[in-house]
Each structure stands twice: as structure tokens, then as C-alpha cells.
Ligand binder design. Structure first.
Ligand code: DC
Length: 233
């Protein structure tokens, strides 16, 4: 039987990646963090001085053919981590500095074209849990299970703030909240594949739901879909 594909979309800091990773591990599927790919391109653009007040779209587009974004397994923690031209940049892509520019970079057509093609290739054989903003609508429109996650901006900013503090970044809660709201706006108003719930996605507001409960509910959903596919094949 063909393994199913699962698309998890939603606003920033809704816990998409935690859920997607747990789900992939429980099902024995591959987890693909597409936000990490946009972050890696943003890190590259920052390092190369291609972002002033705004990214230099033409210059960045010109560099894209030679840019290699990939994943490698970290044998220590069993996680797949993002690479930029062969260098593991998992730690560098999560800073507030990268978060400040990533929505602008992700709005560039040439960047999306390159990354979406790569994501579709990675998802073409099923057996994946992919998280992002346009997975259910654009990258894997035929995904067997689509989840759309939301939570209030304050709750999401609180989660991200704690994460940044735990990693030793000195940040203010107001700045994190501002960044979350700004990215919500930019991600859902950009011209190309804006963040929106696919018509056939199941919406989960986890403002008041623990991660464990949420995982159990969505895992049960996934098992049901897998069972239905078995019956159909
Ligand atoms: O999931 P994240 O916060 O790491 O994503 C970082 C940014 O990348 C987010 O602000 C929007 C963009 N993104 C996107 O446009 N499309 C995706 N499939 C994934 C992320």
C-alpha cells in the first residue's frame, strides 16, 4: 500500500513542527520542515549582504541556481537538520534576525519556485509529513490528510519567546509579539501562494489545547486515513 502524505499548515509558532515531527516518527514517515528551507535562503541572503531594508530580489534570484538547500540526519538526536551548501545551519536559522526577514524572502517568486519544486519532489512518493504555509494548497494539493493550525498571537508569541530565551537569545516579549503579528500579515497577504486554509483541511485551534492531546487526536485521524486507504486498495 502507498504511504499517505500529510500536510500541516498554519500561522507561525502554532507548534506545527513539533506536531509534524512527532507524527512522522510515530508513523515511520519522513518529516520535512519547509519553513527551515525559507529560513536557510534568508540566512544565505543575510550573509551575502543581499538584504538591506528589503531583499535584493534580482541579485538573490541570480544566485539561486547555485544554492543547495538540503537535509542531513543528526545521528545524535535522530533529527533531520537543514543544510546550506553542505553546511549544517540548523542553529543559525532560528534567530530573531532571520525571522525578521524570512517573510520578505519567502514572498519572492523565484525563491518559492525553486523550493516548491524541491518539496514536491521530496513528497512525490508519499510517506511524508510536511509542514509550512502552502503545503495543502500548493505543494501537495492532493495530500491525504491536511491540518491547519491556529492559536492566538499572544499565545504563539509566548511560546516563541520562551524558545528564544531557552536558547540564550536576549529578546523582549513585545518584539517577538510584533514579529509574530507582522509575519501573520505578510504570510497571508503576499501575492504568491499566501497562507490560507485549504478547503479540505481540518482546522485545529490549539490556544487551549496541550501538545499531547493535540498529537493524540491528530495521530488518531492519521491512522483512520491510513486504514481507509488500506480498505480502498
Ligand atoms: O515555519 P517557520 O516559522 O519556520 O517559517 C518561516 C517563514 O517561512 C514564514 O514566516 C513563512 C515562510 N514559509 C512559507 O512562506 N512557506 C512555507 N511553506 C513555509 C514557510
Amino acid at each position: 500500500m502507498r504511504k499517505i502524505s500529510i500536510a500541516i499548515d498554519g500561522y507561525s509558532s502554532t507548534g506545527k513542527s513539533t506536531l509534524a515531527r512527532q507524527l512522522a516518527s510515530a508513523l515511520g514517515y519522513i518529516y520535512i520542515d519547509t519553513g527551515a528551507m525559507y529560513r536557510a535562503v534568508t540566512l544565505y541572503a543575510l550573509r551575502e549582504g543581499l538584504i538591506g531594508k528589503e531583499p535584493d530580489e534580482a541579485a538573490l534570484a541570480g544566485r539561486l541556481p547555485g544554492l543547495d538547500i538540503g537535509f542531513e540526519l543528526n545521528k545524535g538526536n535522530g533529527r533531520s537538520e537543514i543544510t546550506l551548501n553542505g553546511e549544517n545551519v540548523e542553529g543559525e536559522i532560528r534567530t530573531l534576525e532571520v525571522s525578521r526577514h524570512v517573510s520578505q524572502v519567502a514572498a519572492i517568486g523565484a525563491v518559492r519556485e525553486k523550493l516548491v519544486a524541491q518539496q514536491q519532489k521530496m513528497g512525490s512518493r508519499g510517506g511524508v509529513v510536511m509542514d509550512g504555509r502552502d503545503i495543502g494548497t500548493v505543494v501537495l494539493p492532493r495530500a491525504d490528510l491536511k491540518i491547519f493550525m491556529t492559536a492566538s498571537a499572544e499565545i504563539r508569541a509566548g511560546r516563541r519567546y520562551k524558545e528564544l530565551l531557552d536558547r540564550g537569545e536576549e529578546v523582549r516579549f513585545e518584539d517577538v509579539l510584533h514579529n509574530v503579528r507582522e509575519r501573520d500579515y505578510l504570510d497571508s497577504h503576499r501575492a504568491i501562494s499566501p497562507l490560507k486554509k485549504a478547503d479540505d483541511a481540518i482546522e485545529f485551534d490549539n490556544s487551549d489545547m496541550g501538545m499531547k492531546e493535540q498529537f493524540e487526536r491528530i495521530h488518531a485521524f492519521a491512522l483512520r486515513v491510513i486504514d481507509q486507504k488500506k480498505g480502498a486498495s
